[in-house]
Design a protein around this ligand. Structure first.
Ligand code: GLY
Length: 333
């Protein structure tokens, strides 16, 4: 008699809110608490969704939508400014069940770019839309639209002004905030690579990933990073892993970072942690790539590696008493 039981891994959600350099001594405990509480609240909501049987796709899209709504993070409300003092937002979703994906680049009127990415995936024969036509698609399908200046905050505007005063010109993400003397988060806003993302495994064994970003402070209008590019900043495949990246977009695109982790598992037989290590610790730095990624494997393993000093991140499984949240290089997560 075959008494083997086919046990599915416990559903799990992981999220991130950007990576960068630590500022342990340069921040208030209150500010650090705001980041931790924001991450915990989003994880708790996702945990409840997974426990109720929601799909991994529903869970990652909702987690990223909530991250977009939180102005602490560089996506949606609180997105960074382009060199033209505007906002151009990118997002991607991927369903590991059937390898369907949807993406948008350079949208400026759609309140939640991740919802538009999902709409593209589910209601269009195409995979990626850009700019005004993407916003028009959102409007035509009844997504919430906002004025183009809705995404901005005074802090982000100060970062742009600081970036434009520097000799080097283009800086990443929130550059200049710290130098401007503003209250910074625990990760130095002058070196943080802001993106948000979520990856999940659901009760049916399906994986999904979602990524959203405002890109880089003072980026040239029209510049697109890795976040909306399948296989670079976002990837999910039920056979291997779901990945969402945060970092210097150009390097992550050249590394095919998200797909590379999947390929190392699928073709080279590496385990999740070794596959992530090869990409984040070995490959990306050689290309000048700084940042990290979050990964959930088909077996329910979680890996949250980064090659910067810190990364806003967290994970929770169904049945956990509380989410685990990390900012610095804590060993537990
Ligand atoms: N990783 C986000 C970007 O480079 O736009």
């Amino acid at each position: 008699m075959n008494d083997k039981v086919n046990v599915r891994p416990t559903p799990v959600l992981a999220i991130h809110g950007g990576a960068g350099t630590l500022l342990r001594g340069a921040m208030s405990a209150d500010k650090e608490q705001r980041y931790r509480q924001a991450l915990e609240a989003i994880l708790l909501h996702g945990q409840a969704q997974l426990a109720a049987g929601d799909s991994a796709l529903d869970v990652v899209v909702e987690a990223v939508r909530r991250l977009e709504e939180c102005e602490l993070f560089n996506a949606g409300k609180g997105a960074v400014y382009t060199a033209a003092a505007r906002h151009e937002l990118d997002a991607c979703v991927m369903d590991g069940h059937d390898l369907q994906a949807g993406a948008v680049a350079g949208v400026s009127r759609t309140r939640n770019p991740v919802l538009l990415a999902r709409l593209v995936m589910q209601h269009s024969p195409h995979l990626m839309f850009m700019g005004a036509a993407a916003d028009e698609l959102a409007r035509a399908h009844g997504l919430e639209m906002v004025a183009s200046d809705w995404f901005g905050t005074p802090e982000r505007l100060a970062q742009l002004q600081m970036a434009q005063q520097t000799a080097s010109g283009q800086l990443l993400d929130h550059d200049g905030q710290t130098q401007a003397g503003q209250d910074s988060g625990p990760i130095d806003e002058g070196t943080k690579f802001g993106t948000v993302g979520a990856v999940a495994l659901d009760a049916r064994g399906h994986l999904a990933a979602a990524t959203s970003t405002g890109g880089m402070t003072n980026k040239q209008p029209g510049r697109v990073g890795d976040s909306p590019i399948v296989g670079a900043g976002c990837y999910a495949n039920d056979a291997t892993v779901a990945i969402s990246c945060t970092g210097t977009g150009e390097a992550f695109i050249r590394a095919c970072a998200a797909h590379d982790v999947s390929a190392l598992i699928e073709y080279a037989g590496l385990d999740l942690h070794e596959a992530c290590r090869r990409v984040v610790i070995e490959k990306l730095p050689r290309l000048g790539g700084r940042g990290g990624l979050i990964a959930v494997s088909a077996k329910g393993e979680v890996c949250l590696p980064f090659n910067t000093e810190g990364m806003y991140r967290g994970q929770v499984k169904v049945g956990d008493a509380a989410p685990a949240v990390g900012i610095y290089g804590e060993a537990f997560i």
